[in-house]
Design a binder for this molecule. Structure first.
Ligand SMILES: Nc1nc2c(ncn2[C@@H]2O[C@H](COP(=O)(O)OP(=O)(O)O)[C@@H](O)[C@H]2O)c(=O)[nH]1
Ligand SMILES: [Mg+2]
Length: 325
């Protein structure tokens, strides 16, 4: 069995989808970040100004943008970067260096069942992420069980059950309104009895009742420990890539209730900005890697996070269009 998620589709269509999604961000500019640096032109102040604006609009963040622009401008002055092609390469490697610390594949430990909580506010893509991950884990030969811990809405349970059917994996659920902790307890017990490898736990995310939500999470956390003191082995916060730098408040909010071990950033195929990733990379008080990025609603639309590929998609140049058109 392979403990790391394979990255063999790395250069395939799914990255194309990410690139396409990010191009919506890039399309907001007269030219995308990549297109600004298209070809091999001389670097003048105009190029540097436009680049700075482009980075800010992409929501890379003010501090990160300032640091990177200072670095690039200095290298231009020293004649280390002589043209836009060299500038493009230097920018790509600076951005990659920022994001590289976030790269960390999700590892399923040897002690099974490995229990993973998925937390996050409503609508970010928790249930969808569980459905996608269930398939990936199954492809690695693991036995998976889903726990319908979002008992608040009937639709939430049904949605998870639909993913369970699609993947052919059991879903442990109770009626709407039942105690979330009791559902999760059942699921873990069932996984232990069956010798299952992984339990993916869906949770409620209604922010309106913030205190209640956090109390519920802490309770589920506590109850699961009765069955396995090392559980949950992972607590993954799911974030909507469209919300940009605002994601930071969600990271600290959820981290207070249950210590987070990792993140999934969804909807990077949409009108995504790169902000979430750069904001998280700039955090120095909370250390959470990004295990996966979501690039669509379909079951196969999730990739391990690879900093260089992400930056390449962000800085992609529409060369094909130029050549073909
Ligand atoms: N475009 C896109 N849509 C997504 C992605 N992940 C989830 N969604 C959609 O976002 C909506 C909310 O997802 P859901 O899993 O129900 O969120 P939850 O409330 O956190 O469980 C659904 O319509 C999903 O299809 C993604 O990576 N890309
Ligand atoms: Mg859900």
């Amino acid at each position: 069995m392979n403990d790391e998620h394979s990255d063999n589709q790395h250069s395939g269509g799914l990255w194309g989808r990410l690139r396409q999604g990010l191009s919506k961000t890039r399309a907001q500019l007269a030219e995308g970040v990549g297109n600004l640096l298209l070809g091999e032109r001389e670097i003048d102040d105009r190029v540097l100004d436009d680049l700075e604006t482009a980075l800010l609009i992409t929501d890379v963040g003010v501090d990160t943008t300032t640091d990177i622009m200072n670095d690039l401008a200095q290298r231009v002055r020293r004649k280390e970067l002589n043209n836009t092609r060299a500038l493009h390469q230097a920018l790509a490697s600076l951005l990659t260096k920022r994001l590289a610390p976030l790269e960390k594949p999700l590892r399923i430990g040897d002690k099974t069942p490995h229990i993973i909580f998925f937390v996050g506010v409503n609508g970010v893509g928790k249930t969808t992420t569980i459905g996608k991950l269930a398939k990936q884990l199954q492809n690695e030969g693991r036995q998976v069980i889903l726990a319908a811990g979002d008992t608040f809405r009937a639709a939430a349970v049904e949605q998870l059950q639909a993913w369970g059917e699609r993947n052919g994996v059991p879903v442990i659920a109770q009626a709407q309104g039942s105690d979330s902790a009791s559902v999760v307890y059942d699921a873990v017990q069932s996984a232990q009895a069956k010798g299952a490898d992984v339990v993916l736990v869906d949770t409620a995310g209604r922010l309106q009742a913030k205190t209640h939500l956090m109390d519920e999470l802490t309770k589920v956390h506590r109850v699961v420990k009765r069955l396995d003191e090392n559980a949950p082995h992972d607590v993954i916060l799911v974030l909507d890539g469209g919300i940009g730098q605002n994601a930071l408040s969600q990271v600290s909010l959820f981290n207070q209730a249950v210590p987070l071990t990792g993140l999934v950033i969804t909807k990077l195929d949409g009108s995504a900005k790169a902000g979430v990733l750069f904001a998280i990379a700039a955090l120095n008080n909370i250390d959470v890697p990004v295990h996966f990025i979501g690039v669509g609603e379909g079951i196969d639309d999730m990739r391990p996070f690879v900093a260089r590929s992400f930056v390449d998609a962000l800085l992609a140049q529409d060369i094909t269009e130029q050549v073909e058109g």
